[in-house]
Design a protein around this ligand. Structure first.
Ligand SMILES: [Zn+2]
Length: 469
């Protein structure tokens, strides 16, 4: 089964965070009582007429610009016909002929570009709930706005697929169009995958649907790649079909033959006029875009942070914004250490990091960082003050006594170090004998004498220097 190339293209559905649905004023809120966020429009009752939500268009344009797409001057809605209980109209209003954005790309860390064919807007369908042998329909989700981001088949490995989805997820979160939570369904990926030998035409593709986490997607793609290679090796054919990933057996299984576009009998939606997307409208949105994740990563890496540190700071929009501002106002390395250390310690869950609620503002934080950068306080005092600020808010000066701020002059520290060495002969011997720990006793002596104000790293260096002289 070696020698086959992996070819995949992704269709990523992203649920938009607008307050109301795409064609009516119903709420998009998640987790409400079934069938309470519904009206004649989103349940497709006869005589009801859809009106497009302007905000949905703005979000779709935002997503298009952030993924390097061109925005269409004229965009149109189409009907995609299919029958399923989650769709009472028996058609979904989507886009086929003139999607809102076309021809973008996402750049992977390797520099490779994964091209985006287009982004289109559409309505979500309702949800089937299977319980006690019955199936119920909840139409709350029907009409919730989605964009579908369709990539070209440029993805050449499972790793590239994961990186592409992660990048897309991060971009959508940073530009504020979606929370992209795969486990809650606000981001869903369908993958078209095929295999072929180099120099030969592309193989027949299978589509895998319903993957609700990145790790499932990786497992499903690895399995599907193996399955297709084995079929070809055995002289069999890959069938064009839609498959689903079974979490229990960790395999993919056939759902149905895959439809082609003509099976859906797309035709222009007669109830909604074509939309002219004004240049001024697009320009305003472009100007309101925040710094994108890749740009932030470059900025943070420029401060000499490690790759992991950068990644953790960029992962959540609010943290990235806070850090970006703090780093501009203070010493970036110390600021990063405090956020990733002390502040993260109090934020265990993803939700807490997402909200990043602090009782103090970035200016107060920068002030605390600078006090340390200018050697006015030591690391221990800084930590204590930060802890108090985390608990009760305020600014560093609210918690610093004159004593904390009084500088300990280096002459005095040198003298104390000499004294420590003189009165702890045994510790000195132990240290010289290879017991690194023995130095702590000497350090403790100096720190106690300065009531914790001395810079412990500097004291340690001085002690070593004096001992080894
Ligand atoms: Zn409605």
């Amino acid at each position: 089964m070696s020698g086959y190339l992996f070819v995949a293209g992704l269709e990523t559905h992203v649920e938009l965070q607008t307050k109301s649905k795409i064609f009516c004023a119903c709420s998009t809120g998640f987790g409400a009582e079934p069938n309470t966020h519904c009206c004649p429009v989103c349940t497709g009752e006869p005589g009801s007429l859809p009106v497009i939500n302007r905000e949905v268009l703005a979000y779709a344009v935002r997503a298009g610009l952030a993924t390097n797409c061109a925005i269409s001057e004229i965009t149109k809605m189409d009907r995609k016909n299919y029958v399923y209980p989650d769709l009472p109209k028996a058609y979904q209003i989507s886009q086929f002929e003139a999607p809102v954005a076309v021809g973008g790309y996402i750049t992977l860390d390797s520099g490779k570009k994964i091209r985006i064919n287009h982004i289109h807007m559409e309505e979500d369908a309702g949800k089937l709930v299977h319980e006690n042998g019955y199936t119920y329909v909840d139409y709350n989700r029907g009409g919730v706005p989605l964009i579908e981001i369709v990539s070209e088949p440029d993805i050449a490995s499972v790793e590239e697929a994961r990186e592409y989805v992660e990048k897309l997820q991060l971009i959508m979160r940073h530009i504020g169009v979606s929370d992209c939570k795969m486990q809650e369904g606000s981001m869903r990926c369908d993958v078209n995958i095929s295999v072929h030998r180099e120099g030969e035409p592309l193989g027949t593709r299978a589509e895998i649907k319903n993957m609700n986490s990145l790790s499932f997607m990786e497992k499903a793609l690895s399995y599907e790649y193996r399955r297709q290679c084995e079929l070809l090796d055995n002289g069999e054919r890959v069938v064009q079909e839609t498959r689903r990933y079974n979490e229990n057996t960790q395999t993919t299984e056939s759902m149905r033959n895959k439809e082609d576009a003509q099976d859906y009998r797309y035709f222009p939606e007669p109830d909604i006029l074509a939309i002219r997307v004004g240049k001024e409208f697009v320009k305003k949105i472009a100007e309101s875009l925040p710094k994108l994740p890749d740009e932030l990563r470059k900025e943070f890496a420029g401060y000499g942070l490690s790759e992991t540190e950068v990644k953790r700071l960029v992962e959540y929009k609010r943290i990235a914004d806070f850090y970006s501002e703090a780093a501009a106002l203070s010493e970036p390395k110390i600021a990063a250490n405090l956020i990733l250390g002390e502040i993260f310690r109090g934020m265990q869950t993803e939700e807490e990091k997402e909200r990043f609620e602090l009782k103090f503002d970035v200016k107060a934080f920068a002030k605390l960082v600078n006090l340390r950068a200018e050697n006015k306080i030591n690391a221990g005092i800084q930590k204590k003050v930060l802890q108090k600020m985390l608990e009760s808010g305020g600014a560093p000066e609210d918690y610093l006594s004159a004593d904390d701020l009084a500088e300990v002059d280096t002459g005095a520290i040198d003298k104390l170090c000499a004294e420590a060495i003189k009165s702890n002969e045994r510790a000195v011997r132990d240290y010289l004998g290879g017991k690194e720990q023995a130095l702590k006793a000497l350090l403790g002596f100096v720190m106690k004498a300065t009531r914790g104000k001395a810079d412990s790293a500097a004291v340690e260096a001085k002690l070593k220097e004096l001992i080894c002289k």
